[in-house]
Design a protein. Structure first.
Lengths: 146, 269
């Protein structure tokens, strides 16, 4: 709900950070691929329910990006900052690519590929900042004595 | 035989002196009294005593005030607390009344549209989660009579079209969305075109090349599925003409400020 109300006002040149994707990636790098995919599916479905004309595009895109994040985390510590940031960036780009492919197949007019690429890059940067900040905050609270 | 000692003699002279001084003072006082004037002795004594009396009166007054303040302190505290609470309540009520006045002003702007088109008034409550499309969510759905493809207006003109209607809310695709297409007419010369969303503005395409468009022309809706004719879409900002094309394109500035939408009216069919 915050993503569809409050976050809109944080837009920078029409690009908003995706707290939904940040949460999905954060979860996906800690669990196995199947759980990550299901979580991404559910999150994408919620976003599709709140969107105007996306159909099932967010569901597919978020599911695939969760799978990617889960696969990338194999062999790394789950609380690694570079892993989290890198996975978020790649997941954001993949998610945007999958989303707009699905939208194009649904009949969305062509011609905005470059704009969507720029928006995806900007959103990837924002999401990476958000996930790094969130992990640092959680670490600080975990480290402080009870 | 008793002999007066030196001491006794001094006492006697002192006594006589006192009697004589007292008599003189008495004569002075009596003389002043008889003449109606203030005797010097009274004047001096009165002045000296008056200073003292003033000082004592001030001290007594201050003591009384202090005492009464101390005694009144509990009730003053109560009064203060009551006044603070009342002040806070007044501030809240003032803010509430300001809000009511603003809401009433906003409502009065859309009420004529509601009356004219028998529309459904709604408020904008949400946006697309990832800002991927130019759309908003309103708080009325099909239970209020909203249907897909119904036109949505604001006080100043066209907002967009209902893309999907749930039971209690609906998604409205704004006129600036890339998928938005509305029949449009340039009001001055009645030239037809198609108003297409261009993310930040609206383009009116397929206007005949020979139409003498100019900046400032008002573009309104044509009669269509979603809108009645004559509703303002925007004002021409610039014109794009090609040398080898049949049509020209007008770039519009929308009539409605889509960045600050609050109250809209859904024109139900």
């Amino acid at each position: 709900m915050a993503q569809s109300t409050i976050v809109h006002y944080l837009a920078i040149r029409n690009v908003v950070p995706s707290f939904v994707l940040v949460v999905v990636v954060w979860y996906a790098i800690r669990v196995d691929a199947l759980r990550a995919a299901l979580y991404g599916l559910a999150a994408g479905l919620c976003e599709d329910a709140l969107s105007a004309q996306s159909g099932a595009s967010w569901m597919i895109a978020t599911c695939l990006s969760a799978l990617l994040a889960s696969r990338l985390s194999r062999g790394f510590f789950a609380d690694s900052l570079p892993l989290a940031a890198g996975s978020t960036i790649l997941a954001t780009l993949l998610r945007a690519l999958c989303f707009w492919i699905a939208m194009a197949l649904s009949g969305y007019p062509a011609g905005l590929g470059l704009l969507h690429l720029h928006e995806a890059l900007a959103q990837a940067a924002l999401n990476a900042i958000v996930i790094v900040a969130a992990i640092l905050v959680v670490r600080r609270y975990d480290a402080s004595p009870a | 035989m008793t002999i007066f000692s030196y001491r006794d003699e001094r006492r006697l002279f002192t006594l006589i002196g006192i009697i004589i001084a007292a008599a003189l003072l008495a004569l002075l006082q009596i003389s002043a009294q008889r003449s109606g004037a203030t005797s010097p002795i009274s004047a001096v004594a009165g002045s000296v005593i008056e200073i003292g009396e003033t000082g004592v009166a001030i001290a007594i007054r201050d003591a009384r005030v202090f005492g009464s303040n101390v005694l009144a302190l509990p009730s003053l505290e109560r009064q203060n607390a009551q006044l603070r609470a009342r002040n806070l309540a007044l501030i809240e009520e003032n803010a509430r009344l300001h809000e009511l006045a603003a809401a009433d002003a906003a409502e009065s702007r859309t009420q004529p549209i509601v009356d004219l088109y028998h529309g459904v008034e709604a408020r904008v409550v949400g946006f697309p989660p990832e800002n991927e499309s130019r759309a908003v969510t309103i708080d009325k759905g099909y239970r209020a009579g909203v249907r897909r493809d119904d036109g949505v207006l604001a006080a100043d003109g066209v907002v967009g079209r209902v893309a999907s209607a749930g039971p209690f809310s609906s998604s409205v695709v704004l006129v600036t969305d890339y998928t938005s297409r509305i029949p449009a007419i340039v009001q001055r010369g009645r030239w037809w075109g198609i108003a297409r969303g261009n993310l930040g503005s609206v383009l009116v395409e397929y206007i005949p090349q020979d139409a003498p468009l100019r900046a400032g022309d008002v573009v309104v809706t044509g009669e269509g599925r979603s809108f009645h004719s004559g509703v303002p879409i925007g004002v021409v900002k610039s014109i794009e003409r090609g040398d080898a094309t049949l049509y020209q394109t007008a770039v519009l500035k929308t009539a409605v400020d889509l960045g600050s939408l609050d109250r809209v009216v859904v024109v139900t069919r």
